[in-house]
Design a protein around this ligand. Structure first.
Ligand code: AGP
Length: 587
């Protein structure tokens, strides 16, 4: 996944693009580049994070820029965007995958085009160059070139001598056009330009736009083969919450916001909630699908639906959902859970559901995201922007929404609002300085460990999975989670002296999980208990309030903090872990 932004208007493009890239860097930080068009076309790019690259501030009213998360081609300066044609007259930035780039590249090379990179993206400027050489105008050449591409993409393009920006979107990639008083700002994410405007045009798939000072904005749709009109909307989310404030890292800031964000997740329209419950009561088959943390929230929710609402729901990894497509019908209800609303696997699952006539409910954080626009109804998490690659506040907000739905299904909506809202102070305490210091001491003990195992039962199994994901993705320590009853079916073979084992204990059913902890202890495991009570078997106790069926909201928080502290002690960047991206827009 990558981030792209452009600008054309009355101001100098460079600072707008440079600041916009900083807001997009959560989408990829392997390399970055900027192209500025005035009389000349000035292209700069390099590997590394944005703050490590010294760009020269060229003057000019038009420009495009890019941050890269490598998918095709190594992390290298040649593979960094922007990419240009043979003569550096045409330049593009791209997010997505061009599935047929190999055959296009072979044909273009056969015509004498010289390629400088390993990327799929580089075929685009050469295609535009080819059509321009055949006598087409820049706009016609862009349209012809785009018609050659297979896959899903967002692209911005410039040509020396053309005072305009061309851009396009196809498939599950988001490209939104900011409309400011003095110009146009196309970007992968509205966060990149919110400081300039909240007026936007949401481009549809196969829209190609041309923006210039002389003729304004024109949008052509490849599928409809005609120029089209798109409404001007206003973005609801604000740019707030994108700065670190007094926190050293965004991850810690976003963890610390959870006392507030769970309350914001509760701010739902009761009629919408009851309408969704009605759909669940009448559906023949209900699925919750998501990836990573969102999947774990679905799993946690499934236990709550069973216990509180006596309702069976299916949970599936979004990337596996196509294998369930066969028995989806127009009576099936599919909840697509995604904080970004842009995860390609989730959007593919939504497409599969729609192909079968199923109803889709999006549980999503980002208003204006593709999922928010393509689902039949939505529940917004209201978490505010989450920029750290790790999902923390959005995970607990997702679990809150699952729990609220479960209470509503059981006819206990008001009770649910009260019980969940009552966690506010507990969460505030779990993210306090004293708790962070306590967990820092544990992190110091664990920072050189090679493996950490985690177990939980029932909804706490989902907590164990989510805690393992937090630890591994930010500290690079191998962390693996199991349902408590499963460890004796093989994993015990891995337990040696002093191997840290984190055990999630709920007062309601602690005997079985404690006997699983005994099995780990008997093999030498170092038992770390996340529990309302201290237990004799614990070598280390993390005290948490007893939230009963709401434990999945509470007990993940000290794990988020522990994971953060592990990363800090290991000298790693908690906000931008290696190899990862905040939003995975490739399948
Ligand atoms: C979680 O910390 C990771 N960032 C990742 O697993 C994430 O949850 C997953 O990619 C799904 O993202 P989404 O909620 O935006 O769809």
């Amino acid at each position: 996944m990558c981030g792209i932004i452009g600008y054309i208007g009355k101001r100098n493009a460079f600072p707008i693009l440079r600041n916009g890239l900083a807001k997009l860097e959560y989408r990829g930080y392997d390399s970055a580049g900027i192209a500025i068009l005035s009389e000349e076309l000035c292209i700069q790019k390099d590997v590394g994070k944005l703050q490590e690259i010294q760009f020269e501030e060229f003057e000019g009213p038009i420009g495009i820029a890019h941050v890269r998360w490598a998918t095709h081609g190594r992390v290298s300066k040649e593979n960094a965007h922007p990419h240009s044609d043979c003569h550096n007259e045409i330049v593009i930035v791209h997010n997505g995958i061009i599935e047929n780039y190999r055959e296009l590249k072979a044909k273009l090379m056969g015509k004498g085009h010289v390629f400088r990179s390993e990327t799929d993206s580089e075929v685009v400027p050469h295609l535009i160059e080819e059509f321009t050489a055949e006598g087409f105008s820049f706009e016609e050449a862009v349209i012809h070139a785009l018609r050659m591409l297979e896959g899903s993409y967002t692209i911005l393009a410039l040509k020396r001598g053309e005072q305009k920006i061309a851009g396009a979107r196809k498939g599950s990639r988001s490209l939104t056009l900011g409309i400011s008083d003095d110009g146009f700002l196309p970007a992968s994410d509205v966060l990149a330009f919110l400081e300039w405007t909240n007026k936007v045009v949401y481009l549809k798939s196969e829209d190609v736009f041309f923006a210039d000072a002389a003729r304004g904005l024109r949008i052509y749709n490849l599928a409809e083969d005609r120029f089209v009109k798109r409404p001007v909307d206003r973005v609801k989310c604000s740019a707030e919450g994108v700065e670190r404030g007094e926190f050293e890292h965004l991850m810690l800031k976003e963890i610390s916001e959870q006392d507030e964000t769970i309350l914001r997740a509760l701010q739902q329209d009761e009629e919408v909630i009851q309408g969704i419950c009605d759909k669940m009561h009448h559906a023949i088959g209900t699925f919750f699908v998501g990836c990573g943390s969102s999947y774990h929230a679905c799993l946690a929710g499934s236990y709550m639906f069973s216990k509180t609402a006596k309702l069976h729901v299916n949970v599936a990894l979004a990337s596996e959902f196509e294998h369930y497509e066969h028995f989806l019908t127009d009576k099936t209800l599919v909840f697509a859970v995604s904080q970004s609303g842009e995860t390609a696997d989730v959007l593919d699952a939504v497409s599969a559901a729609k192909r079968r006539g199923s109803t889709v409910v999006g549980i999503v954080n980002r208003d204006g995201s593709i999922l928010a626009r393509e689902s039949d109804s939505q529940l917004f998490m209201n978490s505010g922007p989450e920029i750290c690659v790790l999902s923390t506040k959005t995970y607990t907000s997702q679990v809150v929404l699952m729990d609220l739905l479960a209470y509503a299904l059981a006819g206990k909506y008001e009770e649910g609002l009260k019980k969940i809202g009552g966690l506010y102070l507990d969460i505030y305490n779990l993210t306090s300085r004293s708790m962070r210091d306590y967990l820092a001491r544990l992190a110091r003990m664990l920072r050189d460990t090679r493996d950490i195992y985690l177990i939980g039962r029932g909804a706490q199994y989902a907590t164990a999975l989510e805690a393992a994901l937090k630890i591994k993705e930010v500290s690079y320590i191998h962390a693996e989670a199991f349902a408590g009853g499963e460890i004796k079916h093989g994993t015990l073979a891995l337990i040696e002296d002093e191997v840290p084992c984190i055990v999630f204990v709920s007062n309601g059913n602690k005997n079985k999980i404690l006997s699983n902890a005994e099995e780990l202890k008997s093999r030498g495991g170092y038992i770390i208990g996340v529990s309302p009570e201290n237990e004799a078997i614990f070598d280390h106790w993390i005290k948490v309030p007893d939230a009963e069926e709401l434990n999945p909201i509470i007990q993940i928080i000290p794990m988020q903090v522990l994971a953060y502290q592990l990363a800090v002690y290991k000298g790693l960047d908690p906000d931008k872990p290696r190899n990862l991206a905040k939003c995975v827009t490739v399948t």
